[in-house]
Write a protein that binds this ligand. Structure first.
Ligand code: NAD
Ligand code: UD1
Length: 336
């Protein structure tokens, strides 16, 4: 009998790719998503890719009755918790909304998991917990910094709550600290759908190339890096999705109650390298200029990936050119 996994936020950017990979790995999937940052159309797209259907409950993870109904109906093998708000800038303007959605959402989920004795949780954390780092790469032992934003605080609080809860209950959890997820499914059927003007680099690049934005501004070229622009560890969203499947099977057999993994490629790219990869692989010129630094930006961060490679048996397959090719193909398909 196949195992059933609850995926919260499963119609979102990372969740949708993960549902595809879970179905490919033979899991039955149930999704709860309140469509706060996604649409029901994504369900159809996922099903087109996988050739398999799944149940969707349109509800908030803070809606206890909705969760209860799902946990009463299914004997979940585990839960992957993506549902959260994720915009750093927005979190500064609306901190309570971020605590409510991200922290209360987790607590609500844990309450129902406890009641129904569901004991495996994969949690979406972020490299943002490392803050400003002195000497990348960062390992899982690199100390967590006080967060710069309510979003970052919400991720640190969630990590702490999960770790504390697992000390007292028969519970196992894997915290995945994502680096910078970019790109889209190679079929171009699912990808990132930023609302309004994107804050993140890659959607800004693709929207500029598509003529939706006039010009990309590179935020600073006076950093202490090869070409003066910031370095990040960009990871293809489909590689990231596959890491969740590996984490689920490891969760069952791990000795620790809670374990944490960096999920990145281990390679850092500067902003100008990303732009060049985009131009080369898609054979076009991007309209960009160098502007001032963006407040709060970290100069350089990328992952040490030995642990995720060795323990989960996961390695990123796609490189920066694949990421840029798939991101552009997805952008071109939007609006069709
Ligand atoms: P996303 O916004 O595309 O997906 C989140 C999904 O959750 C959306 O479909 C949204 O409608 C849903 N959702 C939000 N709040 C909900 C709630 N209370 N109840 C039910 N559904 C809810 O975001 P994403 O990029 O796929 O991110 C997924 C997770 O990964 C988030 O926890 C995010 O913080 C984390 N993360 C993302 C990034 C990134 O760069 N995208 C980096 C690090 C960590
Ligand atoms: C941001 C968040 C981080 C989150 C991540 C993924 C902050 C401080 N951090 O990280 O918590 O996990 O997004 O959602 O907001 N850039 C430009 N021009 C642009 C946009 C970006 O030059 O128009 C540069 C940035 O300065 C940075 C790099 O591109 O050097 C990547 O930026 P971005 O995609 O916003 O991700 P992060 O800043 O790494």
């Amino acid at each position: 009998m196949s195992k059933t996994i609850l995926v919260t936020g499963g119609l979102g950017y990372i969740g949708s790719h993960t549902v595809v990979e879970l179905q490919a790995a033979g899991y039955d999937v149930v999704v709860i998503d309140n469509l706060n940052n996604s649409s029901q159309e994504v369900k159809t797209r996922i099903e087109e890719i996988s050739g398999q259907s799944f149940e969707l409950t349109v509800a908030d993870v803070n809606d206890n009755a909705a969760l209860e109904e799902l946990f009463a109906k299914y004997n979940f093998e585990g839960v992957i918790h993506f549902a959260a708000h994720k915009a750093v800038g927005e979190s500064v303007d609306y901190p309570v909304m971020y605590y409510q959605n991200n922290v209360s959402g987790l607590i609500s989920l844990l309450g129902v998991m406890e009641k129904h004795a569901v004991s495996n949780l994969i949690f979406s954390s972020s490299c943002t917990v490392y803050g400003e780092t002195k000497n990348p790469p960062v390992t899982e032992q690199t100390p967590i910094q006080k967060a710069e934003s309510p979003y970052g605080t919400s991720k640190i609080l969630c990590e702490e709550i999960i770790t504390d809860y697992a000390k007292h209950k028969d519970f196992k959890s894997i915290l995945l600290r994502y680096f910078n997820p970019v790109g889209a499914h190679p079929s171009s059927k699912i990808g990132e759908l930023p609302l309004g003007v994107p804050n993140n680099l890659v959607p800004y690049i693709t929207q500029t190339a598509a003529g939706i934005r006039e010009q990309l501004t590179v935020f600073g070229d006076d950093y202490n890096t090869e070409d003066g622009t910031c370095i990040r560890d960009y990871i293809h969203v489909l590689d990231l999705a596959k890491a969740h499947v590996k984490a689920l099977s490891y969760c069952d057999k791990m000795a620790e109650r809670v374990d944490v993994f960096n999920v990145g490629t281990g390679n850092g790219n500067t902003v100008l390298e990303v732009i060049r990869a985009f131009e080369t692989v898609n054979n076009l010129k991007l309209n960009y200029k160098i502007g001032p630094r963006r407040g709060g930006d970290i100069e350089k961060i990328f992952a040490e990936t030995t642990k995720v490679n060795d323990v989960l048996g996961w390695t990123a397959q796609y490189d920066i050119k694949d990421m840029m090719q798939h991101a552009w193909a997805w952008q071109q398909g939007l609006g069709e």
